[in-house]
Ligand binder design. Structure first.
Ligand code: SAH
Length: 253
């Protein structure tokens, strides 16, 4: 059985998961610590990518080359872009675009040169299971997160959205930049800094990939505050609940 790789960008998101892994063993890979073990009876490899497209791409490549992982799931937080994508919601990606890729006029803006494509899709089966797990978790959220905390973060009946997520090496934290992204990419549900890079690497190697993001902020003038509060109080609990449900589902299907 080839291991499932779970990648997260931030320590807080992965903290909860590390405790869930059975027979956890830590290996150093470059400057990264990789935790191997099993979860729900399946071999897993867990690693912190750190932030940004380069960090994410090198992490994914090393996992494929060195650990022969059979699939990759990325978990993290993101800024909501489309109307109605609010703090506490989850976005399951069906495809990714690098919003900061621009080799124009040689290539159309946002097209990845020499690939002839702008959008990199995720694996439909993995993505569908992730969507089901996300729906389960949000339907039973009170079980995982104190309702007082949710109330303080203004999280009321959070939803699951499925669609386009965009990535770039920028923390989008002004309403101006957020609006400009919405205008350029009206279909984009959320913005983050790693997913499109991992999607491109998985495309190169033919590895199934899925990604889920919990919305920590609205990528606007309030983003920095919202992001910090969300990361400390909620992100880690959402992530372990969600991926636990996802792992359990893959075994029962
Ligand atoms: N202050 C943090 C840095 C966070 S960068 C620290 O010191 O560790 C933001 C991280 O969350 C990235 O991994 C990115 O993928 C995601 N993210 C959340 N909201 C975002 C936004 N508004 N714009 C871009 N990335 C966002």
């Amino acid at each position: 059985m080839r291991p499932i790789a779970i990648i997260g960008a931030m320590q807080e998101e992965l903290a909860g998961l590390r405790h869930a892994i059975e027979g956890a063993h830590t290996i150093t890979m470059g400057s990264r610590q990789v935790t191997t073990g099993s979860w729900h009876g399946h071999p897993v490899v867990l690693v912190l990518s750190r932030i940004g497209k380069v960090a994410a791409a090198t992490t994914a490549t090393a996992l494929i080359e060195r650990f022969d992982v059979g699939e990759i799931v990325f978990t993290g937080v993101a800024g909501g872009l489309a109307p109605g994508v609010n703090v506490g919601d989850m976005v399951v990606a069906t495809e990714f675009i690098q919003h900061d890729m621009d080799a124009s006029p040689l290539f159309p803006p946002m097209e990845v040169p020499l690939y002839g494509q702008t959008r990199f899709p995720t694996d439909p089966d993995l993505t569908q299971r992730l969507e089901l797990a996300a729906t389960d978790i949000l339907n039973n959220l009170a079980q995982w997160i104190d309702s007082k905390v949710l109330h303080e973060l203004h999280v009321h009946s959070p939803k699951v959205h499925t669609g386009l997520v965009v990535s770039g090496d920028r923390f989008v934290s002004t309403s101006r930049e957020c609006q400009s992204l919405q205008t350029r990419l009206p279909q984009a549900l959320a913005v983050e800094m790693e997913g499109a890079a991992v999607a491109q690497v998985c495309h190169d190697y033919g590895i199934p990939f899925a990604a889920v993001r919990t919305i920590s902020d609205r990528a606007d003038d309030a983003a920095t505050n919202d992001f910090n509060r969300f990361i400390h109080e909620v992100a880690s609990r959402y992530t372990s609940a969600l991926l636990g449900a996802w792992m359990a589902k893959r075994l029962s299907s």
